[in-house]
Design a binder for this molecule. Structure first.
Ligand code: RNT
Ligand code: ZN
Length: 421
């Protein structure tokens, strides 16, 4: 008997159908953020400018992608090393300008044609694509964007948002999959504001204006992402949790909430917020990341909270399309392809782990107030031969099962990344 067959028997003893879990996982898309490959720089402005909007990439590891071709080659490497169904996630600052499409335009003038190469990339690989307006790292941040008191600034960014709605619709139509379009700004203040409401009211009106652009809500899923703080915006953010959630609730015919688990106070957990939101919203979106003290964007690990997030997604029926899963982190201090791959593999692992729980039985124990069994069984499940199932899943997907993928990345680093100087 193979190790996989043995593992199947061990799980079957708990009433878990491993083959079914794997089949479900294979049909679950995870959206891969293009911005891990070049430290969130993009192609539309000076790549050496500082990042703004309260986000930062620290580190200067060799091999940052400098062109669309390099970025796409690196993404291909990640795709080759990760099992399961993927989707791309592209930021507007990754527009690709060339002679054929008329060259550079500013963000308020972006058109679908500036993303044709991304559409081609996704089509060739059978991927869907999500999209994000880029409201940071640009001279028109004053430093505020959608919440700025300056009408000219606000108009520029509203026009950018509207352009992004049209581009999202283009992605969805071309690729035959809905496009999640995430609105996040780093608007906020380093120190105590004199007016907390003004920026929020303007932010609200600006999002209203963006979403007045016509789109098909079955194809384009605009979301609003909240954040509690940012680097340089420690005291106040316009898009706080209450603001974003209330916005999504009040506009549920055209907007869904997005939770990034690096964007809450350290003792708050997004795993617990998932069922709370799903009690009200038909669909929600997630940025899976790892917060470490004041930074919200470390590489995703196979840690307790990632597993708990996955368990709630699975238990709440989120894999039927109700929960849109995306990754969001950026680390420039280690090999970027390895960072990307680690996080994507870990998200898949967490979902597999969650799918291998006897969720109906656990629910029954709770409903029958048998908390003793609930505790004991959950603890026993932790040491079942999960690794054997994971390795089988990787092999069945034709990707490396274990740490040997690191050798492939090291070779890629020596052959390709180290030559980018
Ligand atoms: C920042 C937000 C946001 C960004 C991306 C690049 O804290 O999480 O989602 O990471 O838009
Ligand atoms: Zn995020």
């Amino acid at each position: 008997m193979t190790r996989y067959e043995q593992a199947k028997q061990r799980y079957a003893a708990f009433g878990v159908d491993v083959d079914k879990a794997i089949a479900t996982l294979k049909a679950t898309p995870i959206s891969l953020h293009c911005w891990q490959g070049d430290d969130v720089r993009g192609f539309d402005t000076d790549p050496n400018k500082p990042l703004t909007g309260g986000i930062q990439t620290t580190g200067n590891y060799l091999g940052r992608a400098r062109t669309p071709e390099e970025l796409m080659a690196d993404i291909d490497m990640v795709l080759k090393l990760c099992p399961g169904m993927k989707k791309m996630n592209v930021h507007a600052c990754y527009a690709i300008f060339d002679d054929e499409n008329g060259g550079w335009v500013d963000r308020d003038k972006l058109e679908p044609k500036h993303f044709k190469k991304w559409v081609d990339f996704c089509k060739e690989r059978g991927l869907g694509c999500d999209f994000n307006p880029t409201f940071f790292s640009h001279p028109m941040c004053d430093p505020l964007t959608l919440s700025s008191p300056d009408e000219k600034t606000r108009k520029f960014w509203i026009d950018h948002g509207k352009a992004c709605i049209r581009i999202s619709q283009y992605f969805a139509e071309e690729l035959g999959q809905p496009c999640v379009m995430n609105i996040w700004t780093g608007d906020g203040f380093k120190d105590i504001p004199g007016d907390r409401m003004g920026p929020r009211v303007r932010y609200k009106e600006s999002i209203d204006a963006i979403l007045s652009e016509p789109f098909d809500f079955n194809l384009v899923k605009p979301c609003v992402e909240s954040k509690v703080f940012g680097i340089g915006v420690e005291a106040y953010t316009a898009g706080s949790a209450e603001f974003s959630l209330a916005y999504a609730a009040a506009n549920s015919d055209k907007c869904i909430p997005l939770m990034d688990n690096g964007h809450y106070h350290p003792t708050e957990v997004v795993s617990d917020k998932i069922p709370a939101l799903l009690a009200f919203f038909p669909e929600i979106a997630l940025h899976v990341t790892r917060g470490v003290r004041w930074d919200s964007d470390h590489v995703v690990l196979f840690d307790d909270e990632t597993k708990e997030i996955a368990r709630e997604i699975v238990r709440c029926g989120g894999l039927d399309g109700r929960v849109k899963i995306a990754l969001d982190y950026f680390d420039a201090s280690i090999n970027r392809v390895a960072a990307w791959t680690t996080g994507l593999r870990n998200m898949s692992k967490a979902l597999l782990f969650a799918l291998l729980q006897p969720n109906d039985d656990l629910k029954k124990m709770q409903d029958e107030s048998d908390m003793t069994s609930l505790l004991v069984i959950q603890e026993e499940l932790k040491t079942l031969p999960f690794g054997d199932v994971w390795e089988y899943f990787c092999e069945s997907e034709g990707v490396p099962a274990g740490a040997e993928w690191l050798d492939i990345v090291k070779k890629y680093e020596a052959d390709v990344l180290a030559k980018r100087v």
